[in-house]
Design a protein around this ligand. Structure first.
Ligand SMILES: [Zn+2]
Length: 264
């Protein structure tokens, strides 16, 4: 009888523990927190490797609770938040990407904050200056902000056709969207200068509104009240594309500053 009760109690305890875990993280080992997963490297995107046949939205969701990137053909901006991948397209529509959507470049991280800040900022640069007081420029950081923005300006990129141009040429015709008094969330990554050639050095951030109707790659924002979660990235796992395009592209002699033209 006592043995049966013990087994029953253990079963109840196991069910309780698992029901308390956030969805999508049931089998995640504890040491997966704050490890960055990255698919492809930024120079490949800069040189027009806009397709991958194997890596998908469903695969990305297994690697984090926040993330950003783009879709095959550069068809809009990717925002990973919790268990969902959103696609913010050139026409302004935001949809949930299917698990089979293909991805040429993205990052993701199971963010467990080591710092939480409540900030009143005058804009994007003020936020970055305030964050700089809490960050070492020698580490990567995963960042998640939520709050209300006086104005938010983002861009999205039109799906490209073959033969693909360079990234800076593709983003030259980007669509820019501006909204006032919008609440939402920012997913971002800070990468040290020495990471240029692997990821975007400095800050790279995407936005999704609370109603999930607006989103994109952040160009700028003005005054905001923000709750900011920051986690120092402990390790980076880069998966290299196995595609022919990645195999053949010339990734030599890329001006690291060229990426900033494509990101503005
Ligand atoms: Zn972006």
């Amino acid at each position: 009888m006592i043995r049966n009760c013990s087994i029953l109690l253990l079963a109840v305890f196991w069910l309780f523990v698992n029901s308390c875990k956030p969805s999508g993280q049931l089998d995640m080992p504890a040491d997966h927190w704050n490890r960055l997963y990255q698919f492809s490297v930024i120079p490949a995107l800069q040189r027009g490797v806009f397709d991958d046949d194997t890596f998908t939205s469903g695969a990305l969701r297994k690697h984090g609770t926040i993330g950003l990137g783009t879709f095959n053909a550069l068809d809009g901006e990717l925002i990973l938040l919790n268990d969902t991948v959103y696609q913010a397209r050139f026409d302004g529509n935001v949809t949930i990407a299917s698990d089979s959507s293909k991805i040429p470049f993205a990052v993701a991280c199971f963010l467990k904050p080591d710092t939480t800040l409540y900030l009143d900022v005058t804009g994007q640069q003020d936020l970055y200056q305030q964050l700089a007081k809490n960050l070492s420029p020698n580490y990567m950081y995963a960042i998640h902000c939520s709050g209300i923005f006086d104005s938010m300006t983002v861009r999205s990129v039109k799906a490209q056709t073959q033969p693909y141009p360079m990234l800076s040429a593709a983003t030259a015709s980007q669509a820019v969207f501006n909204w006032a008094n919008l609440s939402g969330e920012v997913v971002g990554l800070f990468s040290p200068q020495y990471m240029a050639g692997v990821n975007v050095p400095g800050y790279h951030a995407h936005f999704i509104s609370t109603d999930r109707k607006h989103g994109g790659h952040i160009l700028r924002f003005t005054s905001a009240k923000l709750k900011v979660h920051i986690a120092r990235v402990r390790a980076v796992n880069i998966e290299f594309p196995a595609s022919g395009a990645f195999n053949m592209v010339n990734l030599f002699d890329i001006d690291p500053n060229d990426i900033h033209k494509a990101e503005k």
